[in-house]
Design a protein around this ligand. Structure first.
Ligand code: NAD
Length: 492
């Protein structure tokens, strides 16, 4: 099997150590690719290439925005032509159902198209300022930040990368991208597209473990910014590593988001959105609605219907489009099963699922049945910690105030939703949620145009939308004296 390479300074290269790691199809347990594994020295070479591209050759940075936008459109068009292959790669590498992988590729294409347009719209502003030092014209411009390191997780292998690559490149930065070692195949394919389109050195791909390569990128003094999507604990270590040269940072971290269901909600609708909230992508969604809070009088009917529908979910080979695919790796599967055991041990009632799924061909892969726990309380580990799998907890409340308090009783603040036919109540509750992404009577739709990110331990900054571009820009203030000559500040 040919070893898949990294892309540094416009060339496909192997690691200086010669080391490799395997990419495994989680639905079959089979090795599907061998990947070169970067050393810290390789990561430094990638940073040096990005630095040369940004500060010396400057081809990408100095390209006018219209031309740069057109280049991003070319990337989007090439991705469109390769849509099926990109989707298949995420499907076999990560385990998600094909239709979900296809939707991810479509979103990724649209992200490039969106930022190709956004970079051509006006930025900056003109300010009315006082005349203490004479008449001044004061305005701002947005400029690229410089060398940006982009580090992503495995749950949306292509899309999480593109959420960073598209705005960072649109803004004129040079980048070093490190995807999660669990799923690198679609990123490699994306850089094959970049190869013939982008100037040398402005986009570099390094592949390897986070503890060494990721840490090097976060601490490297020639990196001007590090943006990271992943777990809160790694996010904290990135903040510490970035302190050396006071890098700009962007952090999209974990969540334990509440899904609040009042008794007047539409039962079938609330159940289906709750399922989308926790079983999409096998529950590996940062914004997953992993804590269902349901009004006590509605809890029995809701729980019964949720269990019926969860039990009917089809599980199988992701390429054959089941409702749920495989868990990304054996270790992630075991981590989720460990949480399920803990839930039972701590006294939650297992309503459905709760075990590995091994029917037919699935016996060779890593599958878990959709799992619902009822009678949960705030002190339980499964209520407090992010499981990142198809496991949801149900708690009950009696009053609106109690629902809000339960919803906010988490260290995270990424997302949340409320279901009710009472519009005023829906708005009151959403206003009280300490979370960055919220929904009313639905869960999980995500739009390139709208900012994505969390409060509290769920992160710093926003991706997507206008904010997502500004994350990768510096703002410069320019003040022009309209009457050059003596000011008369000093009397002598
Ligand atoms: P992770 O934190 O283990 O790894 C994420 C990335 O960081 C990987 O590329 C990894 O190699 C790298 N990394 C690991 N240790 C590092 C270190 N010390 N320094 C620098 N980089 C390091 O996360 P994961 O298991 O890949 O993904 C799951 C997590 O991602 C969940 O917590 C989930 O909520 C979060 N997530 C958040 C969002 C969001 O938008 N807020 C989106 C998707 C996933």
């Amino acid at each position: 099997m040919e070893t898949k390479k990294m892309f540094i300074d416009g060339a496909w290269v192997e690691s200086s150590s010669g080391n490799t790691f395997d990419s495994i199809n989680p639905a079959t347990g089979e090795v599907i690719a061998t990947i070169t594994e970067a050393t810290v020295e390789d990561a430094r070479l990638a940073v040096a290439a990005a630095k040369r591209s940004f500060y010396e050759t400057r081809e990408w940075r100095d390209m006018d925005a219209q031309t740069r936008g057109d280049v991003l459109l070319q990337i989007a068009d090439r991705m469109d032509a390769d849509r099926e292959e990109l989707a298949r790669l995420d499907c076999i590498d990560m385990g998600k159902p094909l239709r979900e992988a296809e939707a991810d590729v479509d979103d990724a294409i649209h992200t490039f198209r969106y930022y190709s347009s956004l970079i051509k719209t006006p930025h900056g502003g003109v300010y009315e300022v006082n005349e203490g030092f004479g008449k001044m014209h004061s305005y701002t411009v947005h400029e690229p930040t410089g060398v940006c390191a982009l580090i992503t997780p495995w749950n949306y292998p292509l899309l999480m990368g593109v959420w960073k690559l598209a705005p960072a490149l649109a803004a004129g930065n040079s980048v070093v991208y490190k995807p999660s070692s669990n799923c690198v195949l679609s990123s490699i394919r994306l850089f094959e597209i970049f190869e013939s389109i982008l100037p040398k050195g402005c986009a570099n791909l390094v592949l390897g473990p986070g503890g060494t390569i990721g840490n090097e990128l976060a601490s490297n003094m020639d990196v001007d910014m590090v943006t990271f999507t992943g777990s809160t604990s790694v996010g904290q270590s990135i903040m510490r590593a970035a302190a050396g040269n006071v890098k700009k940072i962007g952090l999209e971290l974990g969540g334990k988001s509440p899904n609040i269901i009042f008794a007047d909600a539409d039962l079938e609708g609330a159940v289906e959105w709750a399922m989308i909230g926790i079983f999409l992508n096998q529950g590996a969604i940062c914004s997953a609605g992993s804590r269902i809070l349901v009004e006590e009088s509605f809890a029995e009917a809701f729980t019964k219907r949720l269990a019926e529908r969860a039990n009917a979910i089809t599980i199988g080979n992701p390429l054959e489009n089941p409702d749920m695919g495989a868990i990304v790796s054996e270790s992630q599967m075991n981590k989720i099963l460990g949480y399920i055991q803990k839930g039972v041990a701590e006294g939650a009632t297992l309503v459905c699922g709760g075990e590995r799924y091994t029917e037919g061909e699935c016996a060779k892969g890593f599958f878990i049945r959709p799992t619902v726990f009822a009678d949960c309380t705030n002190d339980m580990t499964i209520v407090r910690e992010e499981i990142f799998g198809p496991v949801v907890t149900i708690q009950t409340f009696r009053t609106e105030q109690e629902a809000i308090e339960l919803a906010n009783s988490t260290e995270y603040g990424l997302a949340g939703a409320v279901y009710t036919k009472d519009g005023s109540r829906a708005l009151r509750v959403i206003k009280e949620l300490r979370a960055g992404i919220t929904w009313i009577n639905c869960y999980n739709p995500c739009f390139n145009e709208a900012p994505w990110g969390g409060y509290k331990k769920s992160g710093i900054g926003r991706e997507l939308g206008v904010h997502g571009l500004e994350e990768y820009q510096e703002i410069k203030q320019i003040n022009i004296n309209l009457n050059p000559g003596i000011v008369g500040w000093y009397e002598h």
